[in-house]
Ligand binder design. Structure first.
Ligand SMILES: C[S@@+](CC[C@H](N)C(=O)[O-])C[C@H]1O[C@@H](n2cnc3c(N)ncnc32)[C@H](O)[C@@H]1O
Length: 286
């Protein structure tokens, strides 16, 4: 091990044993996995580094040295590949399967399994760790899995934020953003992600959103009500919501609809809506 690596590893271990605050974007997904502490550690640290990296990139005077340090540490942790590996362990164990179970059940409840006349539903699964999450629904859902980093030849490697909006406008019946919005470090990019999803949905299309519960339950800037009014302003009406007190996850299903025509300015800046010991998760419109 290089001396610098030893020093940095030691610093990380000290920081972790001091029980640093857990970042809100952490879903603690690997806590019941076969390698609980290593999975937790990588996911947590990765979110912290990603956030710092985003902040530095957005700073007016970019600090190349600090950015380099962060990039190096991300590499040493195993990069996005390690993060995805840990996340997929958690996806199986801690949630009793992935979020797709929740979405599939909602679609079945809405009677969408039987809409043969209109053909299969076109689903864009953003942030897909596996190529076949919707395999059981092949007869009625045509899935396009995609991710920033593809782990399988069937997963399209693509940044959702860089997709061609004109080519995709009104194209998708369903878009899934499960634990993806919270992965994006910049609150304005999170808002842009929702705007883009809205534009890419068919008329009456459905947006599936999953976030770690603390993002809405314990944020200084976002509550369930705020999120709902932001989504309504964008033209997304809630049709389903699922979470439980003391749980880790929150799930929503929205239908594309007319915007409520409220001015969007109030969603373009952070507004404190709760005081106290809160996290800083926010979604801002671009
Ligand atoms: C925590 S994993 C979530 C995986 C899975 N959807 C789930 O619910 O467990 C987040 C994934 O989203 C991907 N991701 C984040 N931002 C993205 C973007 N802008 N475009 C495509 N994929 C993205 C990451 O690469 C990562 O694989």
């Amino acid at each position: 091990m290089r001396p610098l690596t030893i020093v940095r590893t030691a610093i990380i271990q000290v920081a972790w044993t001091r029980k640093k605050k857990i970042p809100v974007t952490n879903t603690d997904k690997a806590s019941s996995s076969s390698t609980p502490s290593s999975s937790r550690t990588v996911i947590r640290r990765f979110h912290v580094l990603l956030k710092k990296q985003g902040q530095l990139k957005n700073a007016s005077s970019a600090n190349a040295e600090a950015l380099g340090e962060i990039d190096r540490e991300i590499d040493e942790l195993g990069g996005l590949a390690a993060y995805q590996r840990m996340s997929s362990i958690g996806q199986g164990n801690d949630r009793g399967g992935g979020s797709e179970k929740v979405l599939i059940q909602w679609l079945i409840d809405m009677g969408l399994r039987k809409r043969e006349v209109k053909g299969k539903l076109r689903l864009l699964e953003v942030g897909a760790l596996k190529p076949d999450n919707y395999r059981a629904c092949m007869s009625w859902i045509d899935t396009t899995p995609m991710d920033l980093r593809s782990r399988h030849p069937s997963i399209v490697e693509q940044d959702f934020l860089l997709m061609d909006e004109d080519e995709n406008r009104g194209k998708w019946d369903i878009i899934s953003l499960s634990l993806v919005v919270n992965f994006v470090p910049n609150p304005r990019d999170r808002g842009r992600m929702l705007c883009l999803a809205h534009s890419m949905l068919t008329q009456d299309g459905l947006l599936f959103l999953a976030l770690p519960l603390p993002c809405v339950e314990n944020s200084r800037y976002l509550t369930f009500d705020n999120l709902q009014s932001l989504m309504n302003a964008l033209g997304l009406t809630e049709v389903q919501r699922k979470w439980k007190k003391g749980g880790k996850m929150a799930y929503w299903l929205y239908r594309k609809s007319e915007s409520d025509h409220k001015p969007l300015d109030e969603y373009r800046k952070k507004t404190v809506c709760r005081q106290g010991d809160r996290n800083n998760f926010a979604i801002l419109l671009p």
